[in-house]
Each structure stands twice: as structure tokens, then as C-alpha cells.
Design a protein around this ligand. Sequence first.
Ligand SMILES: Nc1nc2c(ncn2[C@@H]2O[C@H](COP(=O)(O)OP(=O)(O)OP(=O)(O)O)[C@@H](O)[C@H]2O)c(=O)[nH]1
Ligand SMILES: [Mg+2]
Length: 263
Amino acid sequence: MKQVVKVKRRALAANEERAEKLRERFAASQTLVVNLISSPGSGKTSLLEATVQALDGKLRCAVIEGDVATENDANRIRALGVPAHQILTSGACHLDARLVENGLAEGGFPEVDILFIENVGNLICPTTYDLGEDFKVVVLSVTEGDDKPVKYPAIFSRAEVAVISKSDLLPYVPFDVEVVKAQIASLNPAGEILVLSSLKGDGIGSRPRGEPEGEFQPAEEAADPVPRNRPGRGVSPRRPSHRHVARSRGLGRQRPPGGDPGN
Ligand SMILES: Nc1nc2c(ncn2[C@@H]2O[C@H](COP(=O)(O)OP(=O)(O)OP(=O)(O)O)[C@@H](O)[C@H]2O)c(=O)[nH]1
Ligand SMILES: [Mg+2]
């Protein structure tokens, strides 16, 4: 058992090293990198589709898709005219920095402002693998039940943004949004929570109440923005000089306060 723990620690340390190199590379090209994590089917690709449509070409985007099988998600993104590369993990339940590094080489993307990385559908494995991203976004759909943040605390405490998706289905499922918001807030008091429907467009292109005007606001003010108790907005990007988009939206990479609960 001790040996297994040692090997896992070594693998994570090696990943961390690679991720730091990726981070330096993204910083040099001023690319904002977002790592999307959720259970299978929570709506990650749908959110990406809605986001790139809302951006409407105002920022240059590319997408790396991680899946065990099929090019389906990359094809969905390409159909919108956005470059996408599909990484097939041969059974692995998460992306790691090496796969992203290879994916970038194979993808041959042009220079972009935002690189979205959709991780393999899983709330546990992707949590501990740094991909050199600026921040993680965890997506939880209302059909998954309102106890998930407390059942999978690690990802909800680490993700700087939590999206409650498929809000159009709220009238039909037992899901208490306020309970979920409170769970997420207790795990990550400095994070943002967004409630939205990629299908209907509610909450897409929104910014939390009190957010200063940034460079980009593609849609009307939020239908359901969720202000959080963050004195002075509380999130300080690690490399403020490189991430104009993150800065304008008050987002950046950070470690959660109060330690790191495991799953
Ligand atoms: N009602 C409703 N359905 C949605 C919404 N967003 C996504 N869906 C549906 O949910 C299903 C899964 O959506 P995807 O975007 O493929 O989910 P995903 O998280 O990318 O799935 P994996 O990549 O397989 O993990 C699809 O049938 C979508 O049409 C939404 O806002 N409302
Ligand atoms: Mg997907």
C-alpha cells in the first residue's frame, strides 16, 4: 500500500512539473486556459457550444476534448468553426499534462485567446491532475441531485467556477438550488457560482452582479448571476500581466483556502 501511495505521488509530481511548463507556455502566448470538469453528460460540450456562439468570434478560441472514445465532441465544436482536437485516453478517466502537451502538438492550433479543455466525464479522477490551466470550471446539472458537492468535495473546493447547468429543467426535478449554492460556498468561499441553461441560453454571457465592466459582454446582463461574499472580489490571478481576459472577469488560478478535502 505504501508503495502504491509513493508511485501515485511520483506520478502527480511529474504531472505538476509538466503542467508548470505548459503554464509558462500559455502565459507567454497570453492564452487563457479553462479546464472543464463534470460527470458524463452534465453539459460540458453544450456549454462550450453556447459559449463560443455567445463569443461570436470576438475572442479567438480553440478546444481540446478528452474522451475515452469517439470524436463526437470535437466534431460538435468544429461544426461551429472553432478548431478542436480530440484526445482519446484509451480508457483513462482523466486528462493529464502530457496528453495536453501532445494534443497541442497534434492539434496545430493557431494562436488563440482562450483554450478550453473539456476533461473526461468524471468528478473524481480529473480533480488532482493539473493541466496548466488558469482555472477549473466544475459543471453540475440539476438532474444529478442536490447532494453532489458534499459527496464530491475535492472538485467543488478546487474549481474557481461552479456551473449549475440545465436550469431549464428545474421545474421538473427535485433540486434545491439554494442548498447546492450553500454547499459549494462552504467548500470554496472565494469561488463563483453560475446558474444557466445552455439549451435555452439563460445565464449565458452573464457576469456576476457587482462585476466591473470588462472587455467583453456578449449578452444581456445575467438572468441569474450569483453574487458571492468576496471582499474586494477575493480572487487574485497568479500572473496578472498575462491574462487580460481572466483579469477583466476577476478570475485566475488560485488554491482554495482551508486545505484540500479528498473525495
Ligand atoms: N434540458 C437541457 N439539456 C441540456 C442542457 N445542456 C445539455 N443538455 C443535454 O444533456 C446531454 C449531454 O450534454 P453534453 O453537452 O453532451 O454533456 P457532456 O458533459 O459534454 O457529456 P460527456 O462529454 O459525455 O461527459 C445532451 O443530450 C444535451 O442536449 C441544458 O441546458 N438543458
Ligand atoms: Mg462532452
